[in-house]
Design a protein around this ligand. Structure first.
Ligand code: ADP
Length: 442
């Protein structure tokens, strides 16, 4: 098409839209390319007095889509061979818009891609389109103006409907926001409520543990007082019993001396219990202060070996106290440590019918592990923690004597010495009590 006079701009615009429609561009794109074309045509008419317009299609082999190309070849060279549209918005209406140098001319070239859904532009189809366009007589400038008005109204309508849509969307968004805010409010209220509950719970817990502490303290005080008060009369009973059976006293009948012996034995048991209670109460109330010195485990083990050998009455049970590996020095309280180990050995001998009771010491890093193991009855798993409770004795074991206070006391002492006392036992095979202590208090 030739662009020579003002009126041609309308015709070119109209043709541009028709070609765009013919190759399958969507309605909006038809208007876009027609508008861009008329703007560039106006620019070129004013700048160089006209141009020749060519429409062309080409297949983009990378994605199989067609591209509509429009070339506007100016009738005279453009100043400096350059072109820039008067309105910057024009370039945005098409995919590409630029001045290209081709066959000795500067050509203004624009393009727009045809959607993949459009009918394929075979050579037959193109011939058909060309014939169709040839038949349609170009309308007048007024026709094109009317057409343009129609398009403008449609565009305005579209803008309005988009604005309405936007308003609806905004309203929905506001509604959602209100919902989210309400939910948020509800959640923070719930959170506050929960927090208040937790705070109250903690206060109650604090109160309960203070009550527990007070109860435990008064129990220890009670035990200490009672056992202290009991010790004097029980000691008196034992002494008086001894006096009665003394050879210097008046002779007793055999029955009487047997009864006095029973009284003495019962009083001796009572004294043991009272002493144990007093020890435990002292340990619990924190009134035992360890006397920290460098203790030689070999010495402690040697003394225990000597004193306990006398205790192991059964020939079927061997008492083995292994020599600790040198140097066997530990920072501890010798009396308390010996008390703990004696207690464990004593228990081992008490609850073992045959086999052995063995004590050994192992150095593991910066700790000493002192273990007392036996081949006795063992302790069922569910009772292994209970035997560390005051007065607890495994059912049936009270017949061999005892108070059920030895282990809780031993554990208190070991804790006081900075270590732990643990038990591993298998019923029927035996038990191992392990005292784990730091080599140095620090
Ligand atoms: P006591 O020995 O005076 O009864 P303890 O506190 O020393 O009190 O021990 C509590 C209980 O643990 C014992 O009565 C016994 O049932 C059990 N027990 C302790 N040591 C052993 C052991 N070496 N083998 C089997 N049972 C044991």
């Amino acid at each position: 098409m030739a662009l020579r006079v003002e009126q041609d701009i309308f015709l070119i615009r109209q043709r541009g839209r028709e070609v765009a429609a013919a190759v399958g561009l969507e309605h909006q794109d038809q208007v876009r390319i027609a508008t861009a074309l008329s703007e560039v045509a106006r620019d070129l008419l004013h700048a160089v007095g006209g141009a020749d317009v060519t429409f062309r299609t080409e297949l983009d082999t990378t994605d199989g889509r067609f591209v509509l190309w429009v070339d506007l070849t100016p009738v005279r060279p453009l100043p400096d061979g350059r072109y820039a549209p008067a309105s910057g918005a024009v370039a945005r209406l098409v995919d590409t818009l630029s001045a290209v140098w081709t066959r000795g001319d500067t050509v203004v070239r624009m393009s727009r891609r045809v959607p993949a859904s459009a009918q394929a532009l075979t050579s037959d189809r193109l011939a058909e389109l060309r014939a169709e366009l040839g038949r349609s007589a170009p309308g007048s400038a007024l026709d094109e103006l009317a057409e343009q008005n129609g398009q403008l109204i449609a565009a305005l309508d579209e803008v309005r409907s988009q604005r309405d849509e936007l308003a609806v969307l905004n309203a929905e968004l506001e509604e959602t926001n209100r919902g989210v805010m309400a939910l948020y409010g509800q959640l923070s209220e719930e959170l506050e409520e929960t927090n208040r509950g937790v705070v109250a719970l903690y206060a109650e817990l604090d109160e309960k543990s203070a009550q527990l502490r007070a109860a435990s303290e008064s129990k220890s005080r009670f035990l200490a007082n009672v056992s202290h008060e009991l010790r004097a009369p029980v000691t008196a009973i034992i002494g008086l019993g001894r006096l009665l059976t003394d050879s210097a006293s008046d002779p007793l009948t055999p029955e009487q001396s047997e009864q006095v012996e029973l009284i003495r034995a019962a009083a001796a048991d009572l004294l043991t219990l009272v002493n144990d209670l007093l020890d435990l109460a002292k340990a619990e109330s924190g009134r035992i202060e360890p006397d920290w010195t460098d203790v030689d485990l070999r010495v402690v083990f040697g003394q225990l070996r000597g004193t306990l050998r006398a205790l192991s009455a059964r020939p079927e049970v061997a008492l083995v106290v292994e020599e600790p590996p040198a140097p066997a020095i530990i920072r501890s309280d010798e009396v308390l440590l010996a008390q703990v180990l004696r207690n464990l050995l004593h228990n081992g001998l008490k609850f073992t019918e045959r086999g052995e009771v063995r004590m050994h010491a192992r150095r593991v890093g910066d700790r000493w592990r002192l273990a007392v193991s036996d081949t006795g009855a063992g302790i069922p798993p569910e009772l292994q923690e209970r035997i560390f409770e005051e007065f607890y004795q495994v059912p049936g074991s009270s017949r061999v004597g005892g108070t059920g206070l030895g282990l809780p006391y031993a554990r208190r002492l070991v804790t006081l010495l900075g270590g732990s006392l643990e038990l591993a036992s298998e019923p029927g095979r035996g038990s191992t009590f392990t005292v784990d202590l730091p080599v140095d208090r620090a």
